[in-house]
Design a protein around this ligand. Structure first.
Ligand code: ZN
Length: 221
């Protein structure tokens, strides 16, 4: 893609789809996603759904070097580990929204199990052939005025990540951010930056939470 085309796309994204495609204004203050647990009437036994394997695949990585590239690679490793845990599966299947239902907001009519299956299937809207892969086209950008953690839009593979936030992030925070943005690549959206029951927010949160546990476990072993 030519550079000027991208710049225009970036402008259009920021101007026209203010809340739709941008990730988490300044900081993510999402509350922890709700969860049905074993014994609840709505609890879904994860064993009833086939476990799938998802691989993280960096496709095109721009603007990262040295420490930022190392951090990104660590994020890829822990993200892949996190989404393949039984805990991830159980928490997505048993996600409970703030109304107490086992359903995501803005779910396109899909159940939690269908959303888990679509996630693990890895068919991005713009790259439907790459089954079982989380394909990432990433660009680290520096813009002093930008107050979003990252953004993307429905018409591009590229996820733009704001250096202002990225530089202070742990790999697990980056993993959460990537999971949120990548859920957009599957066609899931949120109606506002506070629709925490949406798949991008809830799944991003769950992936980040598990990634943090995996990171602290591996650092203390
Ligand atoms: Zn978003």
């Amino acid at each position: 893609m030519k550079k000027w085309v991208f710049s225009m796309a970036l402008f259009a994204t920021l101007g026209l789809h203010d809340t739709q495609s941008q990730l988490m204004l300044s900081h993510d203050h999402s509350p922890p996603p709700g969860l049905f647990v074993s014994g609840d009437s709505q609890y879904l036994d994860p064993a009833s759904i086939e476990t799938r394997v998802l691989r993280v695949q960096g496709m095109q990585i721009e603007g990262f070097s040295g420490a930022s590239l190392q951090k990104l690679q660590a994020a890829f490793v822990v993200l892949e580990e996190a989404v393949n845990t039984e805990e991830f599966k159980e928490r997505v299947l048993n996600f409970k929204n703030s109304k107490g239902q086992r359903a995501f907001a803005s779910n396109k009519g899909l159940t939690n199990e269908q959303i888990y299956e679509q996630f693990m299937e890895g068919r991005e809207t713009l790259q439907p052939e790459t089954v079982g892969e989380m394909n990432f086209y990433l660009r680290l950008y520096h813009r002093r005025w930008s107050r979003v953690i990252g953004f993307t839009s429905a018409t591009t593979n590229t996820i733009s990540i704001n250096w202002r936030f990225f530089r202070n992030y742990e790999p697990a925070d980056v993993a959460a951010n990537l999971a949120h943005e990548w859920t957009h690549k599957l066609g899931f959206d949120h109606r506002s930056a506070s629709e925490y029951d949406s798949a991008p927010y809830a799944i991003g949160y769950i992936a980040g939470d598990i990634a943090r546990k995996l990171r602290s476990k591996s650092l203390h072993e």
